[in-house]
Design a protein around this ligand. Sequence first.
Ligand code: DQA
Length: 146
Amino acid sequence: MNVLLINGPNLNLLGQREPGIYGRDTLAMIETELTREANADGVELVCFQSNFEGALIERIHQAMGESQGILINAGAYTHSSIGLRDALKGVAIPYVELHLSNTHSREPFRHHSYLADSAVGVVSGFGPKSYSLALSGLVHHLRQGG
Ligand code: DQA
């Protein structure tokens, strides 16, 4: 099974970006740990990060015929991008939306997601552990038959 992990804008700054909210782990640390967990469970994990909406959309298109599931932390595009929503619906690959922070305990503009209603599930608020929880939830869903 192949799973694609997508991280959107500003997540390349993890480790130095607002550590009180996002913690001290870098994206590389999170990707390394998640890859270890995925591989231990017989899952191949492919990681991609971009600050560009179009690049994220093109990577989602590329996942067709390659990945059985997608984990996505779309960062701020979660709250703004109909394009990302359409891409995820367009490729029809099951996906889990995830966030390090609990977006519902933050500013009102973070309470709405363009991705959540079509996701298999949403994980929000557990720091780097959100990635791990999202992976196990997605893999469980896919092994049950998607
Ligand atoms: C985030 C939450 C978003 O609201 C924010 O724009 C981010 C990170 C999170 O992981 O908590 O960039 O997706």
